[in-house]
Design a protein around this ligand. Sequence first.
Ligand code: ZN
Length: 241
Amino acid sequence: MKLAILSDVHGNLEALEAVLADVAASGADEIACLGDFVGYGASPNECVARLEPLVAVAVLGNHDVAALGRLKLGRFHSDAATTARWTMERLEPARRAWLEPLPYSISWHGHRVVHATPSEPEEWHYVLSIEDAQYEFAAFGERLGFIGHSHVPGVFETDGAHTGYVRTREVSLKPGRRYIVNVGSVGQPRDGDPRAAWLLYDEPADRIEHRRVEYDIESAAARIRDAGLPAFLAERIKWGE
Ligand code: ZN
């Protein structure tokens, strides 16, 4: 199987459409979405509706939970809280009904799938350091864990004794090693590269590829401004930070 893993779409329909075209071209057999379907971007309903029939599995992100009214917005920075309120008011009942029962963490083809961390998927911690990764490796049983949340693609590898981190575009996985793979963000990359990010895992080859896709950033930014959402969010997607 070739698996496509998408995360942090954040209501950016232009980025999502470009990624879905690349997913189709890649020959991926199944798609997983690691949450944050909504928040920041101006097309939350369109993004959820587009993904509903396409994803084999999906989990909730903190911005989804906020839009469902299940997260205290005091935990968000002001722009995030503003868009969470905006999204909550506009989220269509059918989209809400689809998001509502999604889990926080699941096993898919024998791989752990979460938005934030395997250890406490409802607490929205980040995996940013080797120490964070070592703690998380101990918290799940599968060989591979796929995560999002930081919007920075990268791979933690451990042999049990030593843990390392790489940010190369392709990584050939090694037998006997375990991995936590951050797949990056479709709709709001924060690694300095504004192109939409997603991850292709070729299971038979045991190789992952961080894919990047150009998309119409100006249209997505215009949509954010036209919606009356914070102008900073329109600028941010141009910088990719
Ligand atoms: Zn996010």
